[in-house]
Design a protein around this ligand. Structure first.
Ligand code: SAJ
Length: 433
């Protein structure tokens, strides 16, 4: 094994996963080069700062940059290990787009040499790592590529999905188990040695296809379970029952563990990845597709109820609490809260006030529609109606649940002790009796 201080690692893609991964590897003493196409991201990191909000990431990055074990560049350099952590979005028709993975592969191919290891971490449709190998073989016919050659390959290729939870990324990068899928068993073993340098959790090897599917299955599992909670919330609303109370009671059963309903599912993972499975087998992925549809439909349901509430509240200012896709983070990707707020702002314009403690300015769409960003105290003073879209910790301490003079629509159940929170009508129009 190459000694820690001499190991050169290139991490391609310095986003929510790539940057923390690069920093955690750099902390072990390896020399890490982070590569990104965005000049401003490279400059920010090289000055010891971060462009994303994530607990403990700023201190970690400033430390490894100061120590000289992490630096960023827009250009790749020869390395021993290449970790690809670029986005894998879907096209408008929801078919997977692995364009960034192939682009990163082209970049790696320019400096790849015998003995190197290429690891894909991006969430990918089953078969992507094999495609990456075939593509590399085309780009570098001088190298023996695993799965594409006879005899011992010159390089190793593996798939190892990230599984970290935004808000806990730095901890989970080290503590979570890793599932490492080699294109061949030898590739898996080489990648395993690398992950053992910085992962405390168990590292388990398998095939690349199984590792790819495992990642998709994990997120589809969560999506299906959230869909169950969201479906329950609409059924309970129609029956005049507090869904959070029912879930709390049902979860007292030793084998029941229902998740929490909300305004829909956001983020770049759970709202996207299940479609990769559906695309892989459209005829049989029936439950997975339905779960996606149920979760998306929950956002439309919340929009309709919120619109009814605003219309009934008259021309008074309305506060939307939260824009992020989930609690205590600044990430708005695929955020149902943002979708609801944008919809309300387009319809009700300057009547809409946004409270989002994690940002200094509103996204352009909201500002253009006339919505304004206010702090929570201003909202309490000036707004008569509140729509809770994100369960940020700071909102939980607001005593709005006890204010009979405010209309409240709490889509996250952050004031669960208030019997009025969930049932229909009273939930929406809790005004002075
Ligand atoms: N949500 C609910 N109810 C719940 C739990 C979540 O409505 O009970 C919503 C959240 O508000 C959010 C969305 O679901 O809008 C997703 O949030 P999340 O916390 O479930 O997951 P992510 O997207 O932050 O991270 C997930 C994680 N996957 C799993 O838990 C199986 C994480 O471990 C993955 O690494 C990450 O996706 C990823 O990158 O794939």
């Amino acid at each position: 094994m190459v000694p820690e201080s001499e190991l050169k690692v290139a991490v391609i893609g310095l986003g929510y996963i790539g940057l923390p991964t690069a920093a955690v590897i750099a902390r072990t003493g390896a020399m890490v080069l982070g590569v990104d196409v965005r000049d401003e991201v490279v400059e920010t990191i090289n000055s010891g700062r971060v462009h994303i909000e994530e607990i403990d990431l700023d201190g970690l990055v400033s430390g490894v940059v100061a120590r000289g074990t992490l630096r960023a560049s827009t250009r790749i350099e020869p390395s021993d290990i290449f970790v690809i952590a670029v986005p894998t979005p879907f096209h408008d028709d929801r078919t997977p787009d692995i364009g960034y993975v192939l682009q990163a592969t082209t970049t790696v191919a320019t400096v790849l040499k015998a003995g190197d290891t290429v690891i894909l971490e991006s969430t990918s449709p089953v078969g992507t790592t094999e495609k990456l190998a075939a593509f590399l073989a085309q780009l570098r016919p001088d190298l023996k590529v695993p799965g594409q050659c006879v005899g011992t390959p010159d390089i190793a290729i593996a798939y190892c999905p990230e599984r970290v939870l935004p808000g806990r990324i730095v901890v989970e990068l080290i503590d979570n188990d890793r599932c490492i899928g080699g294109v061949t068993a030898r590739c898996g073993r080489k990648a395993l040695h690398f992950y053992r340098r910085f992962v405390r959790g168990a590292c388990v090897t398998t095939t690349a296809r199984a590792a790819e599917m495992t990642k998709l299955v994990e997120n589809a599992f969560r999506d299906v379970n959230i869909a169950f909670a969201n479906e329950l919330s609409i059924i309970a609303e129609g029956m005049g029952v507090d869904v959070w109370e029912v879930i709390g009671l049902a979860n007292r059963h030793p084998r029941v563990n229902i998740l929490q309903p909300g305004p829909g599912v956001g983020g770049h993972c759970i709202a996207v990845d299940p479609w990769f499975l559906v695309h892989g087998d459209p005829d049989n992925a029936r439950l997975i597709r339905t779960a996606r549809e149920v979760n998306d439909a929950k956002t439309d349901h919340v929009i309709a109820r919120a619109e009814a509430m605003v219309a009934q509240a008259g021309s008074t200012p309305i506060a939307c609490l939260g824009l992020a896709f989930k609690a205590n983070i600044d990430d708005f990707r695929e955020s149902p809260a943002l979708k609801v707020a944008e919809h309300l702002a387009r319809r009700f314009g300057s009547q809409i006030r946004i409270v989002e403690p994690h940002v200094a300015t509103l996204p352009a769409g909201l500002t253009e529609a006339g919505a304004t960003l206010v702090d929570i105290d201003t909202a309490i003073e000036t707004c008569s109606a509140f729509i809770v879209l994100v369960d940020h910790e700071v909102f939980k301490s607001i005593p709005l649940g006890e204010r009979a003079d405010k209309h409240v629509y709490d889509t996250r159940g952050i004031w669960p002790d208030q019997p009025e929170t969930a049932p229909p009508i009273r939930e929406l129009h809790r005004s002075a009796a």
